[in-house]
Write a protein that binds this ligand. Structure first.
Ligand SMILES: O=P(O)(O)O[C@H]1O[C@H](CO)[C@@H](O)[C@H]1O
Ligand code: HPA
Length: 306
């Protein structure tokens, strides 16, 4: 008899619609609001969750079927509540391929969000600037990605396709919603953010940092910033019809010169995240406020600008 799931039946490789629905229902049964916006907080960017009011925290380890964070210093919880007049669910923080999970499992929370009724996915990450014009501390709105891990066939959509999530061959044109990018540019200008960038993010598997030769290649192929996340989440979101907005905080500059002896380090990522957290938080809050206004659900009593 033909194998029904040629990728294997392990939950690393396949999770049926009904199992995703069970996770979504479990979370919904424990929270007081029905989130419209899902947020994935990047490394060092979890302080956004402090702006969420009436917050309920649910640890990943207490959600049956959810992965758990393994990166030292990562918090690993959902924060659900109100932000700028809209019910939100924020992930503080995310799952990375290098932690040992399959991409299917890393991106599972996105499908859970979809089946909870979420419509927008807002994503942040820490990344290294490949574009020589980028500076540490810059914000790059993501226009597109190069999914290095996915190009060769390692996709979160690999395996049997369930049309209830989306089509077998989903397009990736405008996976990062162009109208939300335009809006973010306006908001960044209002906020006086200097020189906001719009660029291409590249997802590499990590956890090692890129070699100098790899950075040179990434520059040649048009990458602006590189990191170890995001693309698999956005592919999954686009497949199931979520609107996506994403930005990178540039926490280091890629080394392109052997003589400079630059060594990327995690402490730098965390320190830059800390120094830019209020700006990143305000940008995200203002984006959510603009979506609330569009939907006619603004609450003037809310506000998270610091
Ligand atoms: O993409 P996020 O989760 O922000 O994390 C980034 O920071 C870590 C490296 O310091 C890597 O995990 C990289 O992907
Ligand atoms: O230098 C980096 N490389 C890859 N991912 C990253 N995320 C933060 N900094 C980096």
């Amino acid at each position: 008899m033909a194998e029904k799931y040629p990728t294997g039946k392990s939950e690393e490789n396949h999770i049926p619609y009904e199992a995703v629905k069970a996770i979504a229902d479990n979370i919904l049964s424990r929270i007081q609001v029905k989130p419209v916006i899902g947020i994935i907080c990047g490394s060092g960017l979890g302080s956004l969750t402090e702006a969420i009011t009436n917050a309920q925290n649910i640890e990943y380890k207490d959600i049956p079927g959810f992965p758990v964070s393994t990166v030292a210093g990562h918090v690993g919880r959902l924060v659900v509540g109100m932000l700028e007049g809209l019910p939100v669910l924020a992930m503080q923080e995310r799952f990375h391929y290098y932690e040992g999970y399959s991409l299917i499992k890393c991106a599972r929370p996105v499908r859970v969000m979809k089946l909870m009724g979420i419509e927008y996915l807002m994503v942040t990450n820490a990344a290294s600037g490949i574009n020589p014009a980028y500076k540490v501390g810059d914000i790059m709105l993501i226009r597109d990605h190069i999914n290095f891990v996915g190009i060769s066939g390692n996709s979160p959509l690999r395996g049997p396709n369930d049309e209830r999530f989306g089509p077998r061959f989903p397009p990736m044109t405008d996976a990062y919603d162009p109208a939300l990018i335009t809006r973010a540019l306006g908001i960044a200008e209002e906020m006086g953010i200097q020189d906001v960038k719009v660029g291409t993010y590249c997802f590499l598997g990590g956890p090692n940092q890129e070699s100098i030769a790899e950075c040179k290649m990434l520059h040649t192929i048009g990458v602006d910033a590189v990191g170890m996340s995001t693309a698999h989440e956005v592919v999954t979101a686009q497949h199931c019809g979520l609107k996506v907005f994403a930005f990178s905080l540039i926490t280091s500059k890629a080394s392109l010169d052997y003589e400079k002896k630059e060594y990327a380090n995690r402490a730098e990522v965390v320190a830059v995240g800390k120094s830019r957290e209020s700006t990143c938080r305000e940008l995200m809050c203002r984006m959510i406020k603009s979506i609330a206004a569009e939907r006619g659900t603004s609450d003037p009593s809310c506000g998270c600008s610091m």
